[in-house]
Design a protein around this ligand. Sequence first.
Ligand SMILES: Cc1ncc(COP(=O)(O)O)c(C=O)c1O
Length: 291
Amino acid sequence: MKRSIHGGAGATVARALGIDPAQILDLSASMNPVAPDPVPVIGRHLDAVASYPDPTTATAALADVIGLDAERVLLTNGGSEAIALVAADLGKGWADDCDFALYRRHLDVLDPNAARFRSNPHNPTGRLAGADETADVWDEAFYPLATGRWTRGDDAVVVGSLTKLLAAPGLRVGYVLADGERIERLARRQPHWAVNALVCAALPELVAAIDLPSTAGRIATLRNDLLAVLTEAGLQPRPSDANYVVCDDASERLLAHGIVVRDCTSFGLPGRMRVAVPDERDLARLAEALR
Ligand SMILES: Cc1ncc(COP(=O)(O)O)c(C=O)c1O
């Protein structure tokens, strides 16, 4: 059985094992374990698919919760589109080998002296950058879950993702935070109607339902519980500020119990796995599997 080389491989694994995807516990993609169920909210906005999307209201709603002018926010089709747009705008840039793979994928020219992309907290280690550390582009896909704040707020360009926070990878919603001039340039580069009508209609309600400080606090408690389970299993978890933890590899053992984690070989960390912080019920299943 092939292990997960990128997150979110639960459905593929279920197909390969010939079992119901609902039986898989997917701890490979690191979603917010305490997110409100997004489906009822989306369900209230299904009629939006009959019109072309207009992101104006949703952009204003997101800008409002972040505390920025709407001119400084661009909604995107997931964090991945935000990364692709910023990388294309910069042309050349740099990202470490052991950071999230999409920066290198979308940069035309890799130049160690050019603008540097960094994930914060780092993916896969989960460590937050120190206050004195810098980047030209911060990827804050997991920042709100780690800190309870929307953004670090320095001068760098920010690429963000609501995928993790809303636990809605199929919805496809992310953003760029930058000065108004860059946002205008990126908007001109963005394909028309990139952000779908369901996102445009449901986002104000979805973000209004998020209490960031409480979310981050609950995740910190659940992360400590996960660290205890992994330690008891002898897997030497590394310290993390995020909603995922890196530890020694036990992915084959977990797969036999229908639990999928992220193999860290492609991050340059062979022999390790990244495990999403689960909620209480899923943690009990993980602990049982490790026993
Ligand atoms: C660090 C990081 N940034 C960005 C993304 C992209 O997220 P999405 O395109 O689903 O919003 C991911 C997805 O795994 C990620 O791990």
